[in-house]
Design a protein around this ligand. Structure first.
Ligand code: TRP
Length: 339
């Protein structure tokens, strides 16, 4: 029977190990969405080549990310690795011809990344792939006729560009072939760095600015114990960003919820001890991550099994992509002979 559910697609660049910011901000949402939608979740390694990168690490990073997201509950059958489905790149090429150069140069992500890149890399090498990045993203989305794309606000511009490509394509071929995908803005907790709660948790800021989901317990506890609570610039009667972040971590974890209520009361009464708050945060995060670590351990005991599953799922998902590319080639006047 045909799958009648609406479809969701989202992707992530393979950037190495997952931290609490990625988990609560995005991956947990993927896990939840699997209950109601036909889901396509990709590890986009073609995208990871757009900035200077380490060839030795790329392939491992992709498998690490696959392992991590499966360990926290994403189903292998919903996962694919982008470069196992070369039709993404083929559709990307075709879409290049339905997207104006000017539109790409106006993208803020391109402007930001090409600026940072110029400063950080010696040769100031900016690849054409970086400019073209959003066209490949449009191909990722439209190739599966996704209805919804769960992403952060920073991706709104890319979604607009995707819709504009779809529209131009539809107008050109004289047929409403592509559905226009919508962004799905789910309220997800934006976790801050515990070392500097004025910035978001991220790997690029350095070691102490993120807590790895699979870090060992001692390290997690240590990082939480040394979390910054009062930053000095909080107005009277307002909760500081650091304390708010700690409360948010307990809430998001789903563990120690009774303790959470009690700590909130203590805070309102002016009786909150930060050391108590931190103990509960640490217990909640450790309890949550222990479950994930256990699953990851099992997955790593049989790496071949997981690789096999992802190869299979990518092959299944590829069939959808191939069908779209076949129809697209027909519509735009390219050769479509089956050898
Ligand atoms: N650009 C996205 C990011 O930086 C990653 C991405 C690539 C993506 N292709 C996608 C996200 C398709 C959603 C849909 O996070």
């Amino acid at each position: 029977m045909e799958d009648q559910r609406k479809s969701v697609l989202s992707c992530m660049q393979p950037t190495g190990l997952m931290h609490l910011g990625n988990y609560f901000g995005a991956v947990l949402n993927w896990v939840e969405l699997q209950k109601d939608y036909r889901c396509f979740f990709g590890v986009v390694d073609y995208h990871a080549m757009t900035m200077p990168y380490n060839i030795q690490k790329l392939r491992n990073n992709s498998w690490d990310m696959i392992t991590d997201v499966v360990a926290v509950g994403v189903k292998p059958e919903n996962l694919f690795i982008q470069s196992l489905i070369p039709e993404h790149a083929e559709l990307g090429w075709i879409f290049n011809c339905f997207c104006s150069y000017g539109h790409l140069t106006r993208m803020t992500q391109f402007k930001d990344k090409s600026k940072n890149n110029e400063a950080s890399s010696k040769e100031g090498f900016i690849s054409a792939g970086l400019l073209d990045y959003p066209v490949l993203q449009a191909a990722d989305i439209l190739i599966y006729r996704a209805n919804y794309v769960p992403v952060g606000k920073d991706q709104d511009q890319h979604l607009e560009l995707t819709r504009s490509i779809a529209q131009r394509f539809n107008n050109t071929v004289g047929k409403e072939y592509f559905v226009l995908p919508e962004t799905l803005h789910t309220e997800t907790p934006k976790i801050k760095s515990t070392a500097d709660p004025s910035r978001k948790m991220s790997k690029s800021a350095g070691e102490k600015h993120f807590i790895g989901v699979f870090s060992d317990e001692a390290r997690i506890r240590k990082q939480i114990r040394s979390a910054v609570t009062d930053t000095g610039d909080t107005k009277p009667g307002e909760m500081s960003e650091g304390v708010e972040n700690l409360f948010q971590l307990i809430k998001a974890s789903g563990y120690k919820q009774n303790e959470y209520e009690q700590l909130q009361k203590d805070y309102s009464n002016g009786e909150l001890k930060y050391s108590d708050l931190k103990d509960v945060v640490a217990d909640a995060i450790v309890e949550m991550t222990n479950v994930f670590k256990e699953r990851k351990k099992e997955l790593l005991e049989d790496k071949r099994e997981l690789k096999y599953k992802i190869k299979q799922s990518s092959e299944e998902i590829r069939k959808v992509a191939q069908e779209t590319v076949k129809e697209v080639k027909d519509l735009v006047g390219l050769m479509n002979i089956k050898f």
